[in-house]
Design a protein around this ligand. Structure first.
Ligand SMILES: [Zn+2]
Length: 413
């Protein structure tokens, strides 16, 4: 392999030091001391290379490596370096270290690509501090307004706009971070899998073909509070029993759809919530994900049909649904996908073509450019916890694969 495992290990270990909660997993929020420390480290490493370093109006760190035809749009590679609270060392930084190592390897091997290559290190992907995630990529896609920066506040009540300003950036200029589709040839990200599939199948890398679409729906069922002992069964308007009947079918609807469709009821509130009172009000959430948007729509309509059937003959029962989130699936670039496959074979890496069940910056970048996304195995499928781990051998394989792909897609001469 051309990439260097020891350097990759040193980068990950060095970045892990910039942590607000040592001993309790990694916490690195945006616009903090730890954020600044990562930037300084990355800039020091990038300064050793023949690149132009800059930051955009969203505080995203970039470094541009010239192409032999510098008028062509760059291939952007990288990921995010912020974390969740008490998370791990790999979610995000693995992809930033990928970009750094690809840049070093290109220079070491004196590779000249026709297309420029652009390193990118993003923040607030997790929304850990201000709540709204995939911030840097949304800024590049022109989806972040100044109003959002004023509105979104951290736990101390500091707005994102204030924090940005303290950090040395002008929140009023956020719109200037927008990139035009014709200004980027492609975006390629590496991320840890955060699930158990690659490890359980003993595969080296995951090649993502779709980032799933996501729907969040709140269902509210209204019934009537009655005495649990004195109200006959046929005279009740039982919101909980109605909810249970609907929830009991949600898993089957997802299984019927295939396409990696998953459905989860993760939150349930019952009012009044007492042992001896018939439930008057039940509210639950549905998280629906699939690579096929039609599957999401079908599951949703089956659930609404059930709710209508179960409430129509009982005057005491009614329901409403509120759509909280509606994101369409994003298809990865077929060209980049086939380069990933070709280079996996070349390196004898075993690979699995798979969907991404979680949203990533690549999902947002799919709005403005061709995207490619590689997963590397997560030990025991664990993520967003201190135990999060990827073997350096596995991380290097993912990085090598992107290095080869950048050489191909960038038309190295
Ligand atoms: Zn991440």
């Amino acid at each position: 392999m051309k990439t260097n495992k020891e350097r990759i290990k040193r980068d990950i270990e060095s970045l892990s030091e910039f942590n607000a909660t040592p001993g309790k997993g990694l916490t690195r929020f945006s616009f903090t001391k730890e954020d600044r420390q990562v930037r300084e480290y990355l800039k020091e490493e990038l300064k050793k290379l023949d690149v132009e370093i800059y930051e955009d109006e969203a505080a995203t760190l970039f470094a541009k490596r010239k192409g032999t035809d510098d008028d062509l749009p760059p291939i952007m590679i990288g990921s995010h370096f912020d974390s969740v609270k008490n998370g791990g060392n790999f979610d995000g930084p693995a992809g930033v270290v990928m970009a750094l190592e690809v840049f070093r390897t290109l220079e070491e091997n004196n590779v000249k690509t026709k297309y420029p290559i652009e390193f990118v290190a993003m923040i607030e992907e997790e929304g850990g501090r201000f709540g709204a995630g995939v911030f840097a990529s949304r800024a590049m896609a022109g989806m972040v307004s100044y109003e959002e920066l004023v509105r979104n506040k951290d736990a101390q009540g500091i707005s994102m706009a204030e924090a940005m300003e303290d950090f040395g950036f002008d929140p009023k200029k956020i719109g200037d971070a927008k990139r035009k589709p014709e200004d980027i040839k492609a975006f390629i990200e590496l991320h840890i899998e955060q699930g158990p599939l690659l490890e359980s199948k003993s595969k080296d890398v995951g090649i993502v073909d779709y980032v799933v679409g996501i729907n969040h729906i709140n269902v509210i069922i209204k019934g009537r509070p009655d005495h649990a002992g004195t109200t006959p069964m046929d005279m009740r308007a039982d919101a909980m029993n109605t909810a249970a009947k609907v929830i009991g079918k949600v898993d089957r609807y997802a299984i019927e759809e295939k396409n990696g469709t998953v459905a989860t009821v993760g939150s349930l509130k019952i009012k009044p919530g007492a042992t001896n009172i018939v439930a008057a009000n039940v509210e639950f959430t549905i998280d629906l994900r699939s690579k096929d948007y039609e599957s999401i729509k079908r599951v949703k309509s089956k659930i609404v049909n059930d709710l209508e059937e179960l409430t129509k003959d009982n005057d005491g029962l009614s329901f409403e649904t509120v759509q909280m989130l509606d994101i369409k699936p994003v298809e990865m670039s077929k060209e980049i996908l086939s380069l990933f496959e070709k280079n996996s074979k070349k390196n004898n890496f075993s690979h699995e073509t798979m969907i991404s069940g979680a949203g990533h910056d690549a999902m947002v970048m799919g709005n403005i450019t061709d995207v490619g996304l590689i997963f590397v195995p997560s030990k025991d499928g664990r993520s967003h916890c201190p135990e999060e781990w990827t073997d350096y051998e596995d991380l290097q394989k993912g990085i090598e694969l992107i290095y080869n792909t950048v050489v191909d897609l960038g038309e190295a001469q």
